[in-house]
Design a protein around this ligand. Sequence first.
Ligand code: PHB
Length: 401
Amino acid sequence: MSQNEKQGFNRRGLLKGTAAIAVATAIGTLAPFNLAQAADKIKVGLMLPYTGTFTALGNAITNGFKLAVEERGGKLGGREIEYFVVDDESNPAKAPENANKLVQRDKVDVIIGTVHSGVAMGMAKVIRESGTLWINPNAGADQVTGPLCAPNIFRTSFSNWQTTHALGKVLKAKGHKNAVFITWKYAAGEQMMEGFKEGFEKEGGKLIKELYVPFPQVEFQALLTEIASIKPDAVVAFFAGGGAAKFLKDYQAAGLKGKIPLYGSGFLTDGVLDAVGDAGEGVETTLHYADGLNTKKDNAFRLAYAKTYKLQPDVYAVQGYDAGQLLAAGLEAVKGDVSKKAEMIKAMETAKIDSPRGSFTLSKAHNPVQDMYLRKVVGKESKVQGVAWKALADPARGCKM
Ligand code: PHB
């Protein structure tokens, strides 16, 4: 890590404060440093997909984040928030350029983003070099809290590994001895497949086939025909957003529903059930959020979200909300003075986030240590069935911090 990264995730705040003092002195009205700074808004960059198959996910994260800010009177650490928005289109090739729009052009204090693991990998280089504070509210790329971990990099969602690891135990308990994994061919799909494989094989199960479609394609027919001929005990899938809705419908249309039980990371059924009729019914998944948790915090969150947006929240909304809560913890500790980097990071590292999913803390690599729920689709909900794995921590392989 560069000296620059260690010393200040953004020296701009400090320089700006110094400049403000210089100007104030020149006109003979020296205001205390924190007052001068309080006049400025905190610049929050939202780098999320607002077009393409993950559009609904980007919107839910944005809504959740803004709800957390509004619940604090529109201010964090005493300072108002100004938003800078970039649609990353879930396009990894444009990720460095898009991240640089926020870092170089808009000079944001913090970036909230993104959904797609490949885009997150492209952002990581820009963020590590600039030292900008980054809160990742979805993208599960294991590397982000693995070999690329850094003091200024935080995640309020999950590692890809985490979301499928507990499924091994679940399938074993159902008596399934083998399974096929089907997903998009990119980092998230491959890493969720690995997390599942590791967990399932530890339980004595066998992953007999990995099937891939290019991201973001949704032509599943040929692979569903292949699954029908393999006849595995179970199918495990990762798709999300529009792709998940299409997969559930195609699985049913191919006559596989009710014949070969379908499992997945919970993204397969979160935020898509309204669009799929009964194609999701009975599908079991693992995830760090579920419908029907019925806790005080979750009930209050769901009510506030539904009132504000006229929509039901999902896991993405929760992750965005918790990104807002984590940023609030950091900014409150330094009273909005982002130049106090070390203090702010310390407060974020040690925060206990009162999340709708259940409260969680962060690992040394800045990834949530959280319960993984077993959920089952009943009607339009992914209803909690129990905890599949208590306080599951990502192994953070390769993180040196
Ligand atoms: C990812 O690319 O990391 C990703 C995207 C959508 C999800 C989950 C993970 O629902």
